[in-house]
Structures are given as structure tokens and as C-alpha cells.
Design a protein around this ligand. Structure first.
Ligand code: NAX
Length: 340
């Protein structure tokens, strides 16, 4: 049997952790051929919840699960780890300013980046889920001198999947019939969910494929109506879906976030032609180098790369620029705090 892959989940006692652990153990993330060793990192107040999850993992008797360890020490949690899911973060409390939030999270993601740099496996890849995810990933990467920065990414696959879900409902389609959706910018309400390169139709059967925009225009009666739906319904609905889930469910997205994190890692490791992820910019589409920004990406199984060469119209450029401005402001605030 192949050697087990060490996967570390931080915030493992929280609700996304609870959604993640069992699917990882079942092979949904790395496939049915790769055994896993799970390390669960928590802060002292979260240890009992993580230990409870570990007991339930035992009760799952998963054939791919070799070992589970619960700890509050990042150095123990990341030792030999190849995949780190950085979920635990400091939430924004009432009246907290952005600088306070960034500083509190820098106190988590700085030390975790440093610990990863010292003890993780050479093939380490880290996905940041905990918010503010893009800037937390920037901080972790900057704190990990021994790890190439592009091994860090942040989750916008949930936003991507939310966008597909809205199109599926509007076009009365199936998820597999939609390809080429893109999330640009920050994982926040400034993000730009973009369908301008998206195609609709039984994608693999060629002749019936149309642009999503044309399908929307046909459905809604005109191009103007399609554009109005995108601007007034689709973009805000996707960008504010997190708040909608809290309103309806009474707590924030958990299973859908865990599902998206599983798909992010699965596709990064297994290869994918087109999805969305927040990755370190090399200046693509004019996004300042070093920012962790969401783009349309692909992977050949060795990490996400930005899909380049797409035409962005004025509307798309303006929306991307607004979200990038927010990322720049977050980076500058973190710099002003002396964190990076
Ligand atoms: P929970 O509050 O249920 O769980 C978070 C857990 O992290 C807690 O058990 C806490 O004890 C632990 N934790 C805090 N600091 C830690 C540290 N330094 N080391 C290890 N563990 C630590 O939150 P949950 O609903 O699981 O959400 C986790 C994070 O994901 C939040 O920051 C949330 O905002 C973020 N999200 C990100 C999404 C994305 O698409 N990028 C979507 C879902 C979610 O909102």
C-alpha cells in the first residue's frame, strides 16, 4: 500500500472542521488509493470538540485512515504534513475594526506559517479557509521563508460553486452543463463572479454549446435583461450568499465550505482545466505582484496556475479593480502593523 499522506486541519473542532474530517477520511479529497494520517490542531478551548471528532472518526472505521492526532501545538500538528487546511481563524466581533481583525489573525497565521516552514514536508501545500482568507494566506506565506509562496492559496471555490448553483437554477440546467465561471478578487462582498467566458450546454458535445450570457439573454428576453440580471441579482446574490446562509440557517456556511475545500485540494492534486482559486499574483491581469487574489485557474496536478489571456471588458475591469483595491488596503494595513 502507498505511504499515508499527512493532512493537518486547523480549527478542527469547529463546524467546517466537522464537515471536513469525515470526507477526508472517506477518500473524497485524495482518492480511494491514498491513505491519510490526520492531525487536528485546536486552541485549548477547542481541544475537547476536536477530541470528540477524533472519537467519531474512530467510529467511522475508515479503511483509508491510518492515524489521528489532536494537539494545540502547531509544530506537532504540521510535522511532516503535506496538505494543510488552515480553517481556524479569529472571527470579527462586534465593533472590531479591520486593523484589529487583521492583527488578531496575523497572530494566528504568522506563527502557523513559521511552523509550517520549519516542520512540514517538502511537498507541503496549504489552503487558507479562515477569514479574511486572502490576506491570511499572504501573511502565512510571508512568514514561511522555507516554502515557495505559491504553495499557499486561499479558498474561493465556495464562491465559484455558489455562482454555478445560481446559474443552474436560472437556466434550469445541470452543474456539469456549465463551465468557465470565474471568481475574481477578494473572498469578500467585493468579489466579482464573472460569466463572460462561461459556456452552457452539454459541454462535452460541442455543437449545442452556447455562451452562458446568450442562454440568459434567450431566457430573459434580451441582452439588456441578461445584463440587468447579472448586475442586480447574480453578482450580489453570490457575493452576499454567506450572509444569506447565516440569516436562513442561523449559522454560517459549513458543509458547503468543507465541500469546496475538499474540491479545491482534490482538483489541485488531481488536475482540472478550469476553476477558481485565490493564488499569489505574478502580475496577471494587472493585479499587483504578491497579492493573494482569486482568478480563474487550472492545474496539471502540480499546483494552480492563473488562466491568462482572457479579454476583460470595462465592466469586468472596474469590478476587479475595486476588489483588488480592497486587497491592497488589507496588505497595506498588515504592513503598517509590521506583520509582513
Ligand atoms: P468555528 O468557529 O465553528 O470554528 C473555528 C475553530 O477554529 C474553533 O473551534 C476555534 O477554536 C478554532 N481556532 C481558532 N483559532 C485557532 C488557532 N489559532 N489554531 C487552531 N484552531 C483555532 O468556525 P467555522 O464555521 O468552522 O469557520 C472557520 C473559518 O472559515 C472562519 O474564519 C470563517 O469565516 C471561514 N469561512 C471561510 C469561507 C471561505 O469560503 N473562504 C466560507 C465559510 C467560512 O465563513
Amino acid at each position: 500500500a502507498p505511504q499515508a499522506t499527512t493532512v493537518t486541519v486547523t480549527g478542527a473542532g469547529g463546524q467546517i472542521g466537522y464537515g471536513l474530517l469525515f470526507r477526508i477520511a472517506a477518500g473524497d479529497m485524495l482518492g480511494p488509493d491514498r491513505p491519510v494520517r490526520l492531525r487536528l490542531l485546536e486552541i485549548p478551548q477547542g481541544l475537547k470538540a476536536a477530541e470528540g471528532a477524533a472519537l467519531e472518526l474512530q467510529d467511522g472505521a475508515f479503511s483509508l485512515l491510518e492515524h489521528v492526532e489532536v494537539t494545540d501545538d502547531p509544530r506537532v500538528a504540521f510535522d511532516g504534513c503535506s496538505i494543510a487546511l488552515l480553517v481556524g481563524a479569529r472571527p470579527r466581533s462586534a465593533g472590531m475594526e479591520r486593523a484589529d481583525l487583521l492583527q488578531a489573525n496575523a497572530g494566528i497565521f504568522g506563527p502557523q506559517g513559521a511552523a509550517l516552514s520549519e516542520v512540514a514536508a517538502d511537498d507541503i501545500r496549504a489552503l487558507v479557509v479562515g477569514n479574511p482568507a486572502n490576506t491570511n494566506a499572504l501573511i502565512a506565506a510571508a512568514s514561511a521563508p522555507g516554502i515557495p509562496a505559491d504553495r499557499f492559496s486561499a479558498l474561493t471555490r465556495l464562491d465559484h460553486n455558489r455562482a454555478v448553483g445560481q446559474l443552474v437554477a436560472e437556466l434550469d440546467a445541470r452543474p456539469d452543463d456549465i463551465d468557465g465561471v470565474a471568481i475574481w478578487g477578494n473572498h469578500s462582498s467585493t468579489q466579482f463572479p464573472d460569466v463572460s467566458h462561461a459556456v452552457f450546454g452539454p459541454v462535452k458535445t460541442g455543437p449545442d454549446v452556447t455562451m452562458v450570457f446568450d442562454a440568459l439573454a434567450a431566457k430573459l428576453g434580451s441582452s439588456e435583461a441578461a445584463l440587468a440580471w447579472l448586475d442586480d441579482v447574480f453578482v450580489p446574490r453570490v457575493a452576499q450568499r454567506g450572509a444569506e446562509i447565516i440569516r436562513v440557517r442561523g449559522s454560517s456556511s459549513a458543509a458547503s465550505a468543507a465541500n469546496a475545500a475538499i474540491e479545491h485540494v482534490r482538483d489541485e492534486q488531481g488536475g482540472v482545466a478550469w476553476t477558481s482559486a485565490a493564488v499569489v499574483s505574478h502580475g496577471e491581469y494587472g493585479v499587483p505582484e504578491g497579492l493573494v487574489c482569486s482568478f480563474p485557474v487550472r492545474s496539471d496536478g502540480d499546483g494552480y496556475r492563473v488562466i491568462e489571456g482572457l479579454d476583460l471588458d470595462d465592466r469586468a475591469r472596474a469590478r476587479l479593480a475595486a476588489s483588488v483595491d480592497e486587497l491592497v488596503a488589507e496588505r497595506d494595513a498588515v504592513r503598517a502593523l509590521g506583520v509582513i
